[in-house]
Design a protein around this ligand. Sequence first.
Ligand code: ZN
Length: 194
Amino acid sequence: MKISKSWFLIAFVFLLGLSQTHSAQNRTVLNQAQRITGDVFHIAATTPRGAQVYAVNRPNTRTLAAIDNGLSDLFALAAKNNYRRRLNYSDYTIYIARADRTQNSDRQYSPDIAVGAAQYAGTIYDKGGYIYAAGMVVSNEPCSFIIAEHTKNFERIAEVVRYEGEHLVLYHNDRRRYNQTADHNLGVEHPILQ
Ligand SMILES: [Zn+2]
C-alpha cells in the first residue's frame, strides 16, 4: 500500500503543532511555579507510574513512590465518586520546591512552602503577606501542583499529593463541587473526596 507523502506531511505538521502547544503550556506553568516559589526547577524526573516531576534537587525513589501512592489513592477515590477524567499518572506534573519551613507551629515535621497570601490575606492562614502551604495547585490545565521537598515522613508527600490532586480531579469532573471547595476560606478542608 502506498501512503501519500503529502498526507504524511500534513499529519507530521499537525502533530508537531500539537506537541509545541503542549510544551508551550508546560513552559508557562514551569515559569509560574518558579515565580511562586522563587526556585529554579533544574531536575526533570518521572515516577515509576508515569507522573512528571520537576524539582530543585534530584528526588529519591521514596519520594517518587510516595507521589505514585498519593495519585493512586486519589484515582481510587475519584472512581468511587464516578469521576472518569484525568485519572492517568501522566496527566499530572508535580513541582518539588525547596521547603520554606520544616516545622509547623506545633513543632511537627512539616515541610511547607510560603506563598503570597492573595485570597487568604487577613485570614487565619495569613502569616503576614504570605501563607505556609503543604502544597499548591499551579495550573488546572495541564494538571500541576507544587509540594515541598521532604527528607523523611514520605507518607506525608502521598497525603499532600492526594489533597492537591483533589482540586484538579474536581475541576475536570465536577465543576460545581470544585467551585465550592477551591477556596479554603469557605471552611473546606481536605480530604474533600471520601
Ligand atoms: Zn486545598
